[in-house]
Design a protein around this ligand. Structure first.
Ligand code: TMP
Length: 215
C-alpha cells in the first residue's frame, strides 16, 4: 500500500519549473514533510547515464525518435522501481521534474510517434505508478523560445540535443500539453507561469495543500 504522494512538474523550457520545485520542496520540508526531489530523464545512476546519452553525448546525433522513446522509458522504469515506489511506500512526498506526460507531448506530439505505441511503452515502464497531481507551468512559446536560445548561447552550457528541434516542434509540444490538460483536468493543473514567482508559488501551494497528510 503506497502512502506517499507523487507530484510531477511539466512545462516547456524556460517555464521556471526548477525554481518552483525548489521553493515547494523548501516549504514542505519546513513544515515537517519528507520530500524527495527527482528529475527525468535521470534521477538514478543508470538514469543519469541515459540522460547524458540523450542530451549531451557527441554520439547522439543520429538518434532516432524510437530510440529516444525507449531510452527515456528505460530511465523511467529504473527510477520508478529504484526510487519512486520505495519512497511512496515510506510515505514521502515525491516531486519529479517531468514524468511521462513529457513523453506523450515531446515524443508523441513533438516527434510524431504513434500515441498508442507511446502509451504502451509508458504503461510498461510505470505500471500503476501514476502521479497524484501534475503541475503544468505554462509560458507562451515566444517566452520559452527566448529563454531557450539565451541559455544555448551561454558558453558554459553544454550542447543539449533535446533543445535542437525547431519552432514547429515546440508548437506541437505546446498543442500536446493543451490536449493532455483538457483530457485530465482533475490531475493536470494548468498554471500561468508568466505571473511573478510569488504568485506562481502561491498557486502551487494551494493545489498541493489537499494532498498533504502530516504524520
Ligand atoms: P530539462 O530537464 O532541462 O527539462 O530537460 C529534459 C529534456 O528532455 C527536455 O527538453 C524535455 C525532454 N524530455 C522528453 O523529450 N521526453 C521525456 O519523456 C522527458 C522526461 C524529457
Amino acid at each position: 500500500m503506497e502512502r506517499g504522494v507523487l507530484i510531477t512538474f511539466e512545462g516547456t523550457e524556460g517555464s521556471g519549473k526548477s525554481t518552483q520545485i525548489n521553493r515547494l520542496a523548501d516549504r514542505l520540508r519546513c513544515t515537517g514533510h519528507t520530500v524527495r526531489m527527482l528529475r527525468e530523464p535521470g534521477g538514478t545512476p543508470i538514469g543519469e547515464e541515459i540522460r547524458h546519452t540523450l542530451q549531451h553525448s557527441e554520439n547522439n546525433r543520429a538518434m532516432t525518435p524510437e530510440t529516444e522513446l525507449l531510452l527515456l522509458n528505460a530511465s523511467r522504469a529504473q527510477l520508478v522501481r529504484e526510487i519512486i515506489r520505495p519512497a511512496l511506500h515510506q510515505g514521502e512526498i515525491v516531486l519529479c521534474d517531468r514524468f511521462y506526460d513529457s513523453t506523450l507531448v515531446y515524443q508523441g506530439y513533438g516527434r510524431g510517434l504513434d500515441l498508442v505505441a507511446v502509451k504502451a511503452v509508458i504503461d510498461y515502464a510505470v505500471g500503476d505508478t501514476r502521479p497524484n497531481l501534475t503541475l503544468l507551468l505554462h509560458v507562451p512559446l515566444d517566452v520559452s523560445e527566448t529563454r531557450r536560445l539565451a541559455r544555448q548561447s551561454t558558453a558554459s552550457v553544454q550542447r543539449d540535443r533535446m533543445e535542437e528541434a525547431g519552432r514547429a516542434f515546440f508548437e506541437r509540444v505546446e498543442r500536446g500539453y493543451r490536449a493532455l490538460a483538457a483530457e485530465e483536468p482533475d490531475r493536470i493543473k494548468w498554471i500561468d507561469a508568466t505571473q511573478n514567482l510569488e504568485a506562481v508559488e502561491a498557486t502551487i501551494g494551494s493545489l498541493v495543500e489537499p494532498w498533504l497528510r502530516v504524520g
